[in-house]
Ligand binder design. Structure first.
Ligand code: 13P
Length: 256
C-alpha cells in the first residue's frame, strides 16, 4: 500500500547557524524555484525562529526542534507549545535520535510531548529509527514498532503528524540507506499503522526518510512508493541543495 499524502520535505538545521548564516540561507530559500506540490518546513534553532518567520517566504513553514511536555511555567530553559503558537511556529520535531540517544529522552516522554503539542495545534514530525547494532541484530522492525507504539499510545489526531524514519547509522554519516532499505521499513511502518491505528491513517500519513539525504541521492529514494519525502540535516543548510531535494518530487511523479 503506497501513501497518498502530499510530498513533504523538512530541513532540520539542528544546532547550527548564526544570524548572518541564517539570513543568507533564508535569502537562498526565498530565491529558489520550488515545485508547488510539496509541503516544505524548516526547523531553525529556537533563537532564530523569529528571525526566520519574519524574513522567510510564507511558502515555507517553520518548525521547532523540541518543545516542553506540557503547559509553560517554572521549567527553566524550556519552550512551550503555547509559545511556539504565539510566534507562528506550526510544527515541532519530536523523537529525533539526537534527543533520544544524546539527551536521553525516552518513548513515553516523547509520546506525551507529541500529544501536548497536538492539543495546542502544533503539528508533529515524529521521528523513529534503529541503531546500527539493532539493525545488525535483526531488530529494526521491533525498534521502530516500539517507538511507533509509544507515539500511538499518546496520539489521537494523526492528521497533523508526519512520521520520519531516520536510521541512526545513516544520520550525519554519509551512509544513506539504500532506497530498498528505506522502502522496506516505510512499508512495514505503514502496515503497522494499518493494523494498530487505522487503514485511513496508514494510507494518508506521510512517512519521510532522513539520514544523509543529499542533492545527489534524493531522486532515487523519492521514487520508492512508500517514501513520501525527506527530513534533511546537513544538506538543508545549503539553499540550492535543499531546493533540489524538495524538487525531487518530480522523480516520484515520473515513477508513479
Ligand atoms: P543528515 O541529513 O545530516 O544525515 O541528518 C538527518 C537528520 O537527522 C534530520 O533530522
Amino acid at each position: 500500500m503506497a501513501g497518498s499524502g502530499k510530498f513533504f520535505v523538512g530541513g532540520n538545521w539542528k544546532c547550527n547557524g548564526t544570524k548572518d548564516s541564517v539570513s543568507k540561507l533564508v535569502t537562498e530559500l526565498n530565491a529558489a524555484t520550488l515545485e508547488p506540490d510539496v509541503d516544505v518546513v524548516v526547523a531553525p534553532p529556537f533563537i532564530y525562529i523569529d528571525q526566520v518567520k519574519s524574513s522567510l517566504t510564507d511558502r515555507i513553514e517553520v518548525s521547532a526542534q523540541n518543545v516542553w511536555i506540557g503547559k509553560g511555567g517554572a521549567y527553566t530553559g524550556e519552550i512551550s507549545a503555547e509559545q511556539l503558537v504565539d510566534i507562528g511556529c506550526q510544527w515541532v520535531i519530536l523523537g529525533h535520535s539526537e534527543r533520544r540517544h544524546i539527551i536521553g529522552e525516552d518513548d513515553e516522554f516523547i509520546g506525551k510531548k507529541a500529544a501536548y503539542a497536538l492539543s495546542q495545534n502544533v503539528k508533529v514530525i515524529a521521528c523513529i529509527g534503529e541503531l546500527l547494532e539493532e539493525r545488525e541484530a535483526g531488530k529494526t522492525f521491533d525498534v521502530c514498532f516500539k517507538q511507533m507504539k509509544a507515539f500511538a499510545d499518546s496520539i489521537t489526531n494523526w492528521a497533523d503528524v508526519v512520521v520520519a524514519y531516520e536510521p541512526v547509522w545513516a544520520i550525519g554519516t554519509g551512509k544513506v540507506a539504500t532506497p530498498e532499505q528505506a522502502q522496506e521499513v516505510h512499508a512495514a511502518v505503514r502496515d503497522w499503522l494499518k493494523t494498530n491505528v487505522s487503514p485511513d491513517v496508514a494510507s494518508s500519513i506521510r512517512i519521510i526518510y532522513g539520514g544523509s539525504v543529499n542533492a545527489a541521492n534524493c531522486a532515487e529514494l523519492a521514487k520508492k512508493e512508500d517514501i513520501d519525502g525527506f527530513l534533511v540535516g546537513g544538506a538543508s543548510l545549503k539553499g540550492p541543495d535543499f531546493a533540489t531535494i524538495i524538487n525531487s518530487v518530480t522523480s516520484k511523479k515520473v515513477a508513479a
